[in-house]
Design a protein around this ligand. Structure first.
Ligand code: HEC
Ligand code: HEC
Length: 206
């Protein structure tokens, strides 16, 4: 009797153990599954978003864009982004200082010939109180700058997309004048990558 009781309670314990183990495995497996379903979406989004920003970054840091978004108050010129000659400076509104105004030389269209001023009716750099510096920024720093209303000209995400899709100075990058390279992506691809970055959560690159 004694032995019997013992062995039956043992086998009871055993089967209880097996049930519990099976339950644990089941719960474990299903909660793992749930986690991966809930967790993989944002992970995939953040990867897509960060990767898209790196393409955007290549355009922003190309001479066609960075030359007007320098760290200092002198615009940059050419493929190697040298300081602008002729003592040109930003000025309060980004349109030049004293008699040296951008519009004196940069007219409403590109001047034909090498090393002639590119043109646009609105040719100027960002103003002194909102410099929007691209030069020297890491991808993460530049993404942060673009998303911060206090440093991007108080733009919402929609305003930013509109700016890069339609702004005349942005478009000028793809019509840069003789002897100047276009940015590394087509304008269409640039807008597409910019939207991918935004629509997938506007993640900051690592
Ligand atoms: C001739 C100078 C000039 C060039 C070239 C230029 N920008 Fe700008 N950029 C500006 C100015 C000025 C602003 C400030 C907003 C304004 O006044 O339009 C600005 C602002 C921006 C902003 C901030 C968003 C905003 O709405 O203010 C982004 C993004 C931007 N530029 C992207 C680009 C890209 C991309 C290129 C190259 C394809 C480029 N810029 C080339 C002058 C320039
Ligand atoms: C005295 C005439 C003159 C004035 C004033 C002037 N520029 Fe220029 N700029 C030029 C010339 C010429 C070039 C072309 C130089 C070259 O390609 O070697 C040029 C080129 C540039 C470029 C390089 C474009 C590129 O894609 O590489 C930028 C940016 C620029 N100017 C911005 C400005 C801004 C902003 C102002 C006003 C704050 C200004 N410039 C005032 C004559 C001038």
């Amino acid at each position: 009797m004694h032995t019997n009781n013992f062995s039956s309670s043992l086998s009871l314990k055993k089967s209880a153990c097996i049930v519990l183990l099976a339950l644990a495995v089941y719960v474990g497996a299903s909660s793992f599954k749930d986690n991966s379903v809930a967790g993989s979406r944002p992970l995939a989004d953040s990867l897509v978003s960060k990767k898209a920003f790196l393409s955007v970054y290549d355009v922003l840091m190309s001479p066609r864009c960075m030359n007007c978004h320098p760290a200092g108050d002198v615009p940059l010129v050419g493929e190697d982004s040298k300081l602008h000659t002729q003592n040109v400076k930003r000025g309060k509104e980004g349109k030049g200082m004293y008699a040296s105004k951008c519009a004196n030389c940069h007219t409403d269209k590109n001047q034909p010939g090498l090393n002639m001023p590119p043109g646009n009716p609105n040719w100027h750099m960002p103003p002194a109180d909102m410099k929007m510096v691209f030069e020297g920024k890491t991808p993460r720093e530049l993404a942060t700058l673009l998303l911060d209303p206090s440093s991007n000209g108080h733009k919402t995400k929609e305003d930013l997309v509109k700016h890069i899709a339609e702004d005349g100075l942005v478009l000028a990058g793809w019509d840069p004048g003789e002897g100047r390279k276009q940015p590394p992506l087509s304008h269409e691809e640039f807008v597409k990558q910019f939207k991918l970055w935004m629509d997938n959560g506007a993640y900051l690159p690592d």
